[in-house]
Design a protein around this ligand. Structure first.
Ligand code: G3I
Length: 400
């Protein structure tokens, strides 16, 4: 190749690199501007009085609570104190799943280990808190023995044994159960939108109705909930999921399934701009029109896509909390707002959705030292704003 050619080639390569660099820098700047546009430095989220979240929630006929891991509750006295102070309801993040790394509920096909769940129920009851069960039927957190031991012949009996034993043990002591969790996945391509799970494969489409009937028989007092995520934003994916969940709920109600509420997990993203309060409120109204209550069951707001400093980050997260709750609390059928964790110190997001810049994530209401954050103010402010609305008067009648 002639020298001229190599010179031209290296010039082109250089220009290409410069263009790529400029594009990258431009995109980075564009992204930063887009994030800063989410921030409102004037918004200070002032709250009046010193009431806790559970007190502010109760004044509008709402339950506030949080999901906590039993090992964290046991080991961290500051966390336990914060839970007692802020929460009306306690949700075991792990203890009532089939299997998690510590004290798995189902160590083997023939036994149950209730030690972790009993410990959390004891804590809740000594503190006068409500307790909820999460979750009876899910495709995740299944024990290793499940795949090799559960088959077409015994799946129904294994489901019956699990629900009868677990729900029966806590009958009368549980506010509500997530009976079936995350059974909808439109991307699995089924016309009914059902997720292709081991339960669907082994028991057919009636497994959902059957699980609710078993739970209702084992504990007639508990509110029975269908729980799912990805229902919040004005995106084609969330719209498809809302429609599929609504179709499932309508079908269950039509066949007389003993279902009482929809659980909306609400794992949100502070950088998400496709939030349409009107669309969300319409979905909530559609669910409520089926005679169902609504629980926000796993609220947290990831800051992983906010590459800005902590002060700005916290303000954007707080704004997202307030805007979401302002929309949600306009629906009187909403009876509870539960966060998935209380302190940033123990959020599942640290491990599952870390920030690319390595900065510790800040999705929750208390910081790692259990101090109230701006997002705590935002939630408190959203509760307070709902105080004099007709919805809180109606909601008080649903308060349980
Ligand atoms: O820490 C251990 C590690 O030592 C071990 O090597 C590894 C092997 O499996 O497990 C690690 O523990 C994991 C734990 O998270 C760490 O925090 C567990 O496997 C893993 O199951 C556990 O994930 C939990 C996940 O549900 C699945 O059960 C999360 O803690 C929990 O926050 C998350 O919660 C779910 C709700 O139940 C349903 N909605 C979504 C929500 C978030 O995914």
């Amino acid at each position: 190749m002639s020298k001229k050619l190599t010179r031209r080639r290296s010039l082109y390569l250089g220009l290409g690199a410069l263009t790529a660099l400029a594009t990258f820098a431009g995109n980075a700047e564009l992204k930063r501007q887009r994030i800063l546009a989410l921030d409102d430095p004037q918004r200070n989220f002032t709250v009046v009085g010193g009431g806790s979240l559970k007190e502010r929630a109760a004044s509008i006929g709402l339950i506030y609570g949080a999901a906590i891991r039993h090992d964290h509750l046991r080991q961290d006295a500051k966390l336990a104190a914060a839970v007692k102070s802020e929460c009306r309801m306690l949700v075991p993040e792990w203890a009532l799943k089939w299997s998690t790394p510590k004290n798995p509920l189902r160590p083997n096909p023939d036994s149950f280990d209730f030690s972790a769940a009993d410990e959390m129920l004891e804590f809740a009851h000594t503190q006068g808190m409500l307790f909820r069960g999460h979750t009876l039927v899910w495709h995740e957190s299944l024990p290793d023995w499940f795949a090799n031991n559960v088959n077409y012949q015994n799946a129904k009996q294994i489901l019956e044994k699990h629900i009868n034993t677990v729900v029966g043990r806590y009958a009368g002591k549980i506010h509500s159960w997530d009976v079936v969790n995350e059974a909808i996945e439109p991307r699995d391509g089924r016309s009914d939108g059902l997720r292709k799970t081991p339960w669907l494969k082994l028991l057919g489409t009636n497994y959902i109705d059957y699980a609710f009937r078993l739970a209702a028989a084992a504990d007639p007092q508990a509110i029975l909930v269908y729980n799912d995520y990805g229902l919040d934003y004005d995106t084609s994916e969330d719209e498809a999921k809302r429609n599929a969940v609504l179709k499932l709920l309508e079908s269950l109600k039509l066949q007389g399934t003993p279902i009482h509420a929809l659980g909306i997990q609400a794992h949100l993203d502070a950088a998400e701009t496709a939030f349409n309060p009107r669309k969300l409120r319409q979905f909530l109204r559609n669910v409520a029109s089926l005679g169902l209550k609504i629980m926000i069951t796993e609220l947290d707001i990831t800051d992983k896509n906010l590459s800005v400093d902590t002060t700005v980050c916290d303000r954007i997260v707080a704004r997202a909390y307030e805007e979401y709750l302002n929309a949600v609390l306009s629906e009187p059928a909403v009876i509870a707002v539960l966060t998935w964790g209380l302190s940033d110190k123990y959020t599942w997001l640290s491990e599952f959705q870390p920030r690319s810049d390595g900065v510790p994530v800040r999705p929750l209401l208390l910081d790692s030292d259990m101090n109230r954050k701006l997002s705590w103010n935002a939630v408190a402010s959203a509760f307070d704003k709902s105080l004099n609305s007709d919805f809180s008067l109606v909601r008080k009648k649903l308060f349980k």
